[in-house]
Design a protein around this ligand. Structure first.
Ligand code: GAP
Length: 513
């Protein structure tokens, strides 16, 4: 199965099993907007809990916030979003499709890397054990030629971005002979800037309507509340404020399912530090956030850092954590050292002081900020694509299973009476009642047990508990484990402890200690 086929199956699975639906589907959907179904919302809530508890509960010096989506319009002038939150766009005149010029060039650069990797792999096979990759990369004329072209384009690209030179971006696309994947032609328009913020009106026109924006990031709600939280919480530097909430961007090139949406959720944390300490904290959070991802057990090789070529208007260092999605390595999270840009600008635009009085030095200053910003929907897609497996079993049967880390699974336990009579449903209900206060548990009595197991595998339920004839005699049940499909017989009384050990968030959080 190709990665493309795998991705299509994943999208279909999300719909069939109540994880993700296109928004307003009965009206043929709305571009790049999605709804989370009965299982999707559980998975999403568990991811939020993993993030919130690891960031807020495990860190004494991080507290939470829930700020409004609507903010005073001056906020976005101060933050630079009104002036500079743009994407460089280019249209293909034949397909009439619109693309991000920077993404077209980045994809071209990635293709050169793939070409080089292919050459290296071919040579590795040819030379066998004696193969020296470093020597090959620095002596093979073919590899050196591709690398030189890549590096030359990369330098031009970085310069064009930092100078906001749109003509040069177009010229790079022309020089690299990049063709539209749909029409196959190179008939490109000029490159233009496009602001990504959605705007709306607050108040009726008679009252004097005011243009306001749907927030494109949650971070600004944290900045404008910095002093409120610091003073009321008597917080001492360094400290962080964390928030989970919706953000909105009028993405023009919205592709790849829930990877790039127009309405999405962010989980952001701003960490306020003394000026001069920011690089130390930037390195700390970069590593810590990578550890958070890797603790889920999806394989260390599926993650990498990508240091930014062009820094956003507010940053003096920035890196992405990328995950190996079915469509390649892509950004899931950004770690940015945002300097004192945001607080200083809000100070300037509001006329209110946003300074911290440092009791140690006796000075007042505007703190520097290190930010960790992860897209909840991208994280959801990461978990789903890493968990989705199609297997052929020993008996030749096939099953689709979602190997979620148990604490993230939407349903933790399915309780199944073997038959719908002889008092088995009653005992099964009793087990549901005993577990439901701590975990999301489901009761299922329809179809054969085999079919019920498959259904739960497809939802990623880690444990199935079956009530059978023996249960009625000795109050024991079988527990069937999703990944190994092994079954064990245990007393009903010990079920809460076993489920807790396997499914509680504690096991994930302890990995981070
Ligand atoms: N406050 C910093 C900030 O917003 P960003 O890199 O623009 O930085 C942070 O966004 C994260 O938000 C990204 O790493 C990504 O996971 C998520 N994100 C951004 N745009 C998105 C979109 N259109 N759809 C889904 N997630 C998005």
């Amino acid at each position: 199965m190709t990665q493309e086929e795998l991705f299509k199956k994943l999208v279909a699975h999300c719909k069939e099993y109540g994880f993700v639906f296109p928004s307003s589907e009965i009206y043929d959907g709305l571009g790049a907007v999605y709804d989370y179904g009965q299982n999707g919302v559980e998975l999403k809530n568990n991811i939020k809990r993993y993030w919130w508890e690891s960031m807020v509960r495990l860190h004494e010096n991080i507290v939470g916030l829930d700020s409004a989506i609507f903010m005073h319009p001056r906020t976005w002038e101060a933050s630079g979003h009104v002036g500079a939150f743009n994407d460089p766009l280019i249209d293909n005149k034949d397909s009439k499709k619109r693309y991000r010029a920077d993404v077209l060039i980045e994809e071209w650069i990635e293709k050169q890397n793939e070409k080089i990797a292919k050459e290296v792999e071919k040579a590795r096979k040819r030379f066998g054990e004696t193969f020296d990759e470093v020597q090959y990369r620095t002596t093979s004329p073919r590899v050196m030629e591709v690398a030189a072209q890549r590096d030359a384009i990369h330098s031009r690209f970085v310069r064009a971005l930092s100078e906001s030179n749109l003509d040069e971006l177009r010229q790079i696309i022309v020089d690299c002979e990049i063709a539209d994947p749909i029409s196959g032609t190179r008939n490109w328009t000029e490159v233009r800037q496009f602001n990504l913020m959605f705007s709306t009106q607050m108040g009726s026109t008679a009252e004097g309507a005011n243009t306001i924006y749907l927030r494109p990031e949650t971070a600004q709600g944290i900045f404008v509340n910095f002093l409120n939280v610091q003073k009321t919480g008597r917080m001492k530097l360094p400290f962080g404020i964390a928030q989970i909430g919706k953000a909105f961007r009028n993405e023009i090139v919205a592709r790849q399912f829930i990877f790039r949406m127009r309405e999405f959720e962010q989980m952001e944390m701003q960490f306020f530090v003394r000026p001069g300490d920011e690089m130390r904290w930037y390195d700390h959070w970069r590593e810590w956030r990578m550890k958070w991802h890797r603790s889920l057990g999806f394989g260390a090789d599926n993650y990498r850092f990508h240091d930014h070529d062009k820094l956003a208007h507010y940053a003096n260092a920035a890196a992405d954590i990328e995950f190996n999605f079915p469509f390649g390595f892509k950004e899931v999270e950004g770690i940015h050292s945002r300097t004192d840009f945001d607080l200083s600008r809000h100070q300037e635009f509001s006329g209110k002081k946003l300074q911290y009085f440092d009791p140690e030095s006796g000075e007042s200053y505007v703190p520097y900020v290190v930010e960790t910003s992860i897209g909840l929907d991208r994280m959801f897609l990461q978990v789903l694509s890493a968990a989705y497996v199609e297997e052929v079993l020993e008996n030749g049967e096939e099953r689709t299973v979602l190997r979620f880390p148990a604490p993230l699974a939407p349903v933790k336990v399915a309780v199944l009476p073997l038959v719908k009579k002889d008092g088995m449903p009653e005992v099964a209900r009793e087990i549901v009642d005993a577990l439901k206060y701590d975990h999301n548990v489901t009761y299922d009595e329809k179809d054969s047990v085999g079919k019920r197991y498959r259904r739960q595998d497809a939802l990623g339920t880690p444990l199935c508990v079956t009530v059978d004839g023996q249960t009625l005699e000795d109050r024991t049940v079988t527990i069937r484990h999703r990944d190994t499909m092994q079954q064990e017989r245990v007393a009903i009384d010990v079920l809460p402890r076993i489920v807790d050990e396997i499914c509680s968030m504690r096991s994930l959080l302890k990995n981070l200690a």
